[in-house]
Design a protein. Structure first.
Length: 376
């Protein structure tokens, strides 16, 4: 039976007593359901007509009037073109706080844009790296990255915490890491996860950009098969997107003190290690940052996030960006798994963008303040 694994991302991680979310083609479900009943496996149908759910979310797009960027709507999902023109616009209109640059080009030749946010107050400042959209179908990620920038620019004058953050630190924000894949989710396949690089031997596209980093590469939780969703690639940093970001972070490793990556879905705040069950050296600092961040997040709408080392909290996976960042000397490395826990899965409705981003913002500010307390 051909199924698309939503949670967990591969069959390696299915163990007795856990919940698994899968997407199946309509004709497959006719044979799958009787099979589950026979095997005495309980199941619930979360979304019965996925096509309709997708159309409800993106069908209105063509009719949505293109407002001017000053009225940019942060409570809808935006295409890659819209996000990139928004970045250009901010670069022009907020040159005191925003500097846009590119770290390289994607496999299909798209620029990999990053926004540098912060006051140019002193020559040397520590920095926080934030990326969203490593996995193409996790649309709430890029929505959060845009929300973060909006909040920074709108509240810089009025919020002392935000002012402190932007005065004392730089933020490097990459709203869409996997630009080719993200574009593909808008044009071809809403549930595409990987990059779009071509494989010569197999007729499969793409590599899991979160299994392609040079840290315990292609070990447990990653696949050698090019057609799998967790394919690690032919070699570490084979993907130009991964290589470009890794190069940038290596170059700025002394400056960057926190690495935050935004994924969906599971409602978790994860820290290293992902590839093994072991305690990181600066565990007490990172653990208390996570604990406080999760409590801050919960204070908004009562949404509880689980937190802990990725290996034991989610599952073991090798070659992840978070482990790589930590291994390369960035003391605070976190991966967020945003809403929800499976009811909507990757199709989180636009009405939930605002609450999701609002609560996540509290967690990020909390981690940032923790960083400024110099606990390493």
């Amino acid at each position: 039976l051909q199924v698309d694994m939503w949670q967990p991302s591969s069959t390696f991680h299915i163990v007795e007593g856990t919940v698994t979310d899968v997407r199946v083609p309509q004709n497959t479900s006719r044979s799958l359901l009787p099979y589950l009943q026979q095997a005495n496996i309980q199941y619930t149908i979360l979304i019965s007509d996925l096509q309709k759910a997708i159309e409800n979310q993106t069908g209105l797009r063509s009719h949505r009037n293109r407002r001017s960027l000053s009225e940019y709507n942060y409570e809808v999902y935006h295409s890659l073109e819209e996000i990139q023109s928004w970045m250009h616009h901010l670069n022009k209109t907020h040159s005191d706080l925003v500097h846009m640059f590119s770290v390289g080009k994607s496999y299909e030749g798209r620029p990999l844009f990053v926004l540098k946010l912060g006051k140019t107050s002193r020559p040397y400042k520590k920095a926080v790296w934030i990326d969203c959209g490593i996995h193409a179908r996790e649309w709430i990620g890029p929505a959060f990255c845009q929300w973060f920038v909006k909040e920074a620019l709108q509240t810089y004058q009025t919020d002392p915490v935000m002012r402190k953050m932007l005065t004392q630190l730089y933020f490097y924000i990459m709203p869409v890491f996997n630009v080719d894949g993200y574009h593909f989710t808008w044009t071809n396949d809403r549930f595409w996860r990987k990059t779009r690089s071509k494989n010569t031997r197999f007729r499969c596209h793409g590599v899991d950009a979160n299994r392609n980093w040079k840290v315990k590469w292609c070990d447990e939780g990653a696949s050698f098969h090019p057609c799998d969703d967790t394919y690690c690639g032919p070699f570490p940093e084979s993907e130009p997107e991964v290589k470009a970001v890794a190069h940038f972070l290596r170059k700025h490793r002394k400056q960057v003190k926190a690495y935050l990556s935004f994924h969906a879905y599971a409602q978790m705040l994860l820290y290293p290690y992902s590839y093994k069950y072991a305690t990181i050296p600066n565990f007490s600092c990172v653990e208390s940052a996570a604990y406080n961040a999760v409590n801050a997040l919960q204070s908004a709408y009562g949404v509880r996030y689980r937190y802990g080392p990725a290996s034991s909290t989610l599952y073991v996976s090798s070659g992840s960006s978070m482990d790589w960042a930590y291994k390369n000397g960035i003391p605070y490395a976190f991966a967020f798994e945003l809403r929800d826990t499976g009811h909507f899965g990757f199709l989180l409705p636009e009405t939930l963008i605002k609450p999701t981003c609002t609560e996540t913002m509290l967690a990020v500010k909390n981690i940032t303040l923790h960083l400024l307390k110099k606990c390493y």
